[in-house]
Design a protein around this ligand. Structure first.
Ligand code: UDP
Ligand code: MG
Length: 327
């Protein structure tokens, strides 16, 4: 591994990004060429696009790019497996060729000019470099609130997760090899990578508005990611259920004793409101608890199947001049 002249693979997941590809490819090429010319990365570095089973002409556009320019490589997944799996697929393919991999969204909302700093931190000996967004100006009110609430909740649950770090991240070949050993289906990279314990550093970057096309993270995908994050990183919600159950048990003993005393004293309390309240509360608590348990049960079920995380349909990596490369 040559830390001074690393082969860098930039992994860009794409799902129905037809409007974005052309523009992003220009920017990515500019950046990689600048980095190569300044001697910061090896001339064998590439941009690897992962088509996550797009339904539009994203893949055709990607293939057109790679056939014209061997800077661009393409991995096509057979079906839409979601952002986390798409970047995992890209990283696992890139691992065979690269000394370091940086994952970045293809809409380039994350500032690609921060790459220089990622590379510096890598050269300084870090195996993991996390991109942390400086602020949330480009986000709506609701996303700001939910994001900060979510990070707070994750910390409360004891998950070792970086606040405001999405999946803009550099991993060295060593870290990628380690990551390949994790075969969980319920993949939440942000939570998983800090647990690997490599030397790491952070890079702060600005977030831009999306220029072309719409966000591919639907509310549904977002909720799934959030739940995956919690269930894959912590089992504390299950413990919380036990605690709630125990507290309710203590309260019911107290109420039970009180009611019995009142009964023997001959006071028949008109307890209609209380009864309704208690039965609704208990019904609610029971259902929520079952839901939480069900969430974990579902995850266990999926994990036990050991299905592949993704199916790679095709890989195009044109390695002109590979002979000259010592690997
Ligand atoms: N993406 C993907 N598969 C999906 C959804 C999204 O590969 O099922 C990619 C998408 O093409 C983009 C990145 O994940 O490169 C982030 O998605 P997006 O920009 O839509 O999310 P947002 O920035 O709005 O959170
Ligand atoms: Mg985006």
């Amino acid at each position: 591994m040559d830390r001074n002249n690393p082969v860098l693979y930039l992994v860009l997941p794409c799902y129905n990004e037809s409007e974005t590809i052309g523009h992003s490819a220009v920017k990515v090429k500019e950046k990689l060429i600048a980095l190569k010319e300044s001697g910061k990365i090896s001339p064998f570095s590439k941009a690897l696009f992962v088509d996550d089973g797009s339904k539009d002409d994203t893949l055709a556009k990607l293939h057109a790019l790679s056939s014209k320019d061997d800077l661009f490589a393409v991995v096509a997944l057979a079906s839409n497996r979601g952002h986390q799996n798409a970047i995992m697929a890209g990283m696992m393919v890139a691992r065979e060729y690269a000394d370091a991999v940086v994952t970045i969204d293809v809409d380039l909302q994350q500032d690609i000019d921060a790459l220089d700093e990622f590379i510096e931190k890598y050269k300084a000996g870090n195996d993991v470099v996390y991109g942390i967004r400086k602020d949330r100006k480009s986000d709506g009110f609701l996303k700001k609130i939910t994001a900060s609430g979510y990070y707070g909740f994750m910390h409360m649950l004891g998950a070792d997760i970086m606040t405001n770090h999405a999946d803009y991240r550099l991993l060295s070949k060593r870290a990628l090899d380690m990551l390949s050993e994790y075969d969980e289906t319920n993949l939440f990279l942000r939570g998983l990578i800090p647990t690997m314990g490599f030397t790491s550093d952070v890079v702060y970057f600005d977030v831009r508005e999306r220029e072309f096309g719409k966000s591919k993270y639907t509310a549904k995908k977002m909720v799934h990611l959030a739940l995956d994050g919690i269930t894959s990183m912590s089992i504390r919600p299950l413990e919380i259920i036990s605690v709630i159950g125990f507290v309710i048990f203590l309260i019911s003993i107290a109420i039970g004793i009180f009611t019995l005393i009142e009964y023997f004293k001959g006071n028949n309390i008109p307890g209609y409101t209380t009864s309704i309240f208690v039965s609704l509360l208990m019904g609610g608590v029971t259902l929520v608890s079952l839901g939480v348990i069900g969430e974990y049960l579902g995850k266990i079920y999926m994990e036990t199947k050991h299905r592949p995380r993704y199916m790679i349909d095709s890989v195009v990596i044109r390695e002109t001049g590979k002979e000259e490369k010592e690997k």
